[in-house]
Structure formats: C-alpha cells, structure tokens
Design a protein around this ligand. Structure first.
Ligand code: HEM
Length: 420
C-alpha cells in the first residue's frame, strides 16, 4: 500500500491490536485524492477500516454502502451521544475535533424519543418554508453578491459567493431581516465561528452568535412571522427557548457549510469538465446533472463523525467495542464498488448517502431546501456572467485540509466586466 495516509506504531491507537495497521486520516495527499485512500483501505481492511484521527485517536471508518446504511439504521447499536466514547481520557480539551464531538444539548446529540421530539419540530419548521419564496430570495441575494464584483471582471467565488449566499439564505429563513446591521453582524460572526480566518476570534464570535439568536427567539416570542424560528416556537412540543436557540444554531451551521461546498464543487465541475463546458450558460439540465454528480463524487460532507457503539458488536468483519467511535464514510460509500461493479459511478439517481440515512439523517425537507439554494446560486451566476472561465489552470485548484468537508481553498474566475 502506498503511504497515502501515514502509519504509526507508537500511538494509543496503534497500541490496540484492533488498530494495528491503522491509517492516519489526513495529510496532504489525502486532501487531494481521498478516493485513492478509500480504495486502498478497502483493499486492505474491507468495508470497515481502523483509522487514527487527530492526535492518533483511534476510530473506525465505515467505507461500505451497505455498512453505512446498517450503522445509520441501527441507532440501538450505533448511537449519537458522544459521551459514551471510550477515548475521552486521551482527548485534550483543545482537541481540534471537539466542536464536532463535544456533547451539546442540541438535536445532534439527542437519542430516541427526545431526538424524535427535537427533530420533529425542525422537520415541521423546515416544511413550512415556501420554496418559491426561498428561490426568489436566493436570486436576490445572488444578484447583490454578483453586483459587488461584476464590474471588476474577476472574483474569488468561494468566499465572495459560495459561502456568503447560503449563510444569508439560512439566517433569512430563520427570520432575520433581509438587511440591516443585526443581520450583517450575525452573518459575520457565524462566518468567523464556522470558518475562522487569521486574526479572527472564533470563541468570542460563537458567544455573540448565541446572544444574537437568543435575541431573535425573544423577539419572535413577542411577534411571530413566517419563519423557522416562529414555527419552532409555536410547535406543540413546547421546546424551551434554550432548546430552540441550540437547534437554530445547528440548523444554520448544518445548512451553511455543506451547501456552500455543494455550490462551489458544482461550479468547479462546470468550469473544468468538458462534458459540461459546452452548455454551462443557460443549460438547466447540465446544472442539475452537475449538482447530482457532485453529491456522488465530491460530496460536501465526505465523512461524518459520527456514531458511538452502544455495546460490543461486529461490523464488516471487525470487532467494534462498546464506546468505539464510528465515522460515516459517506464519500467512500457513494463510490463503493459493491454498488458500482462496473466501476462507473452513475450520477442519475439520488440513492447516494450524501445526506446520510436513518433517524439522524439530514432532516427530510433540508435536502430540498439546499437544492433550491444551490441550484439558484449556480444558475443565477451562470446567467449573469455567461462567459465566466477559471482564472487559473484546473490543476492549481486545491482542496482544503479537511477530512470532514470537501471544499476548495479558492475558486478564482474571470469574465467580461458587467456594469450594473
Ligand atoms: C438548507 C440546508 C440544510 C439544512 C437546514 C440542514 C439541516 C440539518 C440538520 C438539522 C441536521 C441534524 C439532523 C439530526 O441529527 O437529527 C443535519 C444533518 C446532516 N446533514 Fe444537513 N442540512 C442542510 C444541508 C445539507 C447538505 C447540502 C448536505 C450534504 C450534501 C447535508 C448533509 C447532512 C449530513 C451528512 C448530516 C448528518 C446526518 C447523520 O448524523 O447521519 N445537509 N442537517
């Protein structure tokens, strides 16, 4: 096996016999060609591979389509509450993955009846979103963002467009005004807490996000509107304000990051793949195909952490111990040769696992809303800047160093300047 991820022998993970031969998830080569690592792990370990997370903490990466489906369908065996992890003693407080695994009293970490209560409220609140209105709002947001760079003939789409648009769409769906200082501040603080740049203070920004969402909930208690927050407040489950604040932050974060990467990865595909190049401008079918192909081949949430084994069990021929961490290898599962024996991954159906599956999957209306946001973002950009091309060679585009999200560092483009 080539050294795509590096091996280790003096680590807590490698000390455990089950994790002999474990591969570190990460490293430069991993970022650029994760599909190769998945192939190699599958060859060596089968559908479930021992891996080492940051700081060489052991976990299992589930690579098989059938096995990911099994894990997500069996909450009684693979549950969501991370407090049952058997590795907490080895994990430092400033562990980089803490934001994903540290228990929070949000819908993400609840289980059973309590999860059904929380997820039921979210599902109904999202179902109330008018998709035509959302599409109109996204078009308006897209136009505002495009206007800020259209005159210059060049743009870096990742930050100026793909990240900015779903963030604004998400806070508007939750009931923040379309414009104004409060909305601007919330969008800025969310950006910093989800994706801090140099000089940013993500902890302070996250605190401010909490305060601003609390304020929003207080205002919506006084005066309901046609928004997600008001529908959550009015739901008969009677969630407390604290529960609603937690779940609103989860909804906004869960909407922003993957949808932003979905938009950017789709634009990358449209701009670099000759199958789409001929008809990008105005080719509705092509945009739909590109959006779908990205979910199969460059899915935004490539790995999701995760589930924790409730008791000792077998999975894909591996013995999983009670309290072990199981990472859902969504990207690997989508390209599992067991479902694609001809080695051609078809992008036509929606049977991919990009939105996960089972009780904790991305709640039913959310993928539809994400589709409206992503489709409108891509189509509006192509309509407004029809001669847009990449400003660098395709090989110069680089993927961000994340095992979890698949997204580019930057997507620089150029086009004929448009005076508004
Ligand atoms: C409007 C946009 C979106 C919203 C509001 C949203 C909302 C959510 C929420 C609330 C959860 C937590 C579910 C739970 O634990 O019960 C979730 C989970 C998830 N979402 Fe989304 N999401 C959106 C877009 C997306 C996109 C574009 C993707 C990927 C293509 C995605 C993939 C996932 C995945 C993989 C999970 C984890 C499911 C699991 O634990 O098995 N979501 N989403």
């Amino acid at each position: 096996m080539t050294d795509t991820g590096s091996r280790t022998s003096r680590t807590p993970g490698a000390g455990c016999p089950a994790h002999a031969g474990a591969v570190r998830l990460g490293g430069l080569e991993y970022q650029q060609t994760p599909a190769r690592l998945y192939r190699e792990l599958r060859r060596e370990h089968g559908a479930v591979a021992p891996v080492l997370l940051d700081g060489d903490i052991p976990a299992w990466l589930v690579l098989g389509y059938a096995e990911v489906s099994y894990v997500t369908a069996h909450d009684e065996l693979f549950a969501r509450d991370s407090r049952r992890w058997n590795q907490w003693a080895n994990i430092p407080e400033d562990w980089p993955l803490m934001p994903f695994v540290g228990y929070q009293p949000s819908v993400l970490f609840t289980e059973g009846e309590e999860h059904r209560r929380r997820a039921g409220v979210i599902t109904q609140a999202l179902e109330g979103v008018d998709q035509f209105q959302l599409s109109r709002d996204c078009r308006q947001l897209a136009d505002q963002l495009i206007a800020s760079f259209a005159g210059s003939g060049q743009a870096e789409l990742m930050n100026m467009y793909a990240h900015a648009l779903p963030m604004r769409a998400a806070v508007q769906m939750c009931g923040m005004p379309h414009a104004g200082d409060a909305t601007h501040q919330l969008v800025e603080d969310l950006r910093i807490s989800l994706d801090a740049g140099e000089g940013d203070d993500p902890v302070a920004a996250y605190m401010r996000v909490g305060e601003q969402i609390q304020q929003l909930v207080k205002e919506k208690r006084q005066r309901h509107g046609p928004d997600i927050t008001s529908r959550m407040l009015q739901h008969r489950a009677g969630l407390t304000d604290d529960e609603i604040v937690q779940d609103l932050i989860t909804i906004i974060a869960a909407a922003q990051q993957p949808t932003a990467n979905w938009i950017c990865n789709t634009l990358r595909l449209l701009l670099t793949d000759e199958r789409f190049a001929l008809s990008v401008s105005g080719g509705r079918l092509s945009v739909g195909e590109a959006l779908s192909e990205v979910l199969w081949l460059d899915t935004p949430t490539q790995n999701f952490i995760g589930r924790w084994a409730v008791r000792d069990t077998q999975l894909g021929g591996q013995l999983i111990r009670a309290g072990d961490c199981v990472v859902l290898g969504l990207a690997a599962a989508n390209t599992d040769p067991q479902i694609w024996p001809e080695s051609h991954v078809g992008a036509e159906s929606s049977a991919h696992l990009s939105f996960s599956s089972g009780e904790h999957r991305c709640p039913y209306p959310a993928p539809l809303l994400a589709d409206v946001i992503a489709r409108t973002a891509v189509e509006t950009l192509l309509e407004r800047l029809p001669d847009m091309v990449l400003a660098v060679e395709p090989e110069e585009l680089s993927w961000r160093p994340s095992v979890w999200m698949r997204g580019l560092h930057a997507l620089p483009v150029e086009f004929t300047p448009v005076m508004q």
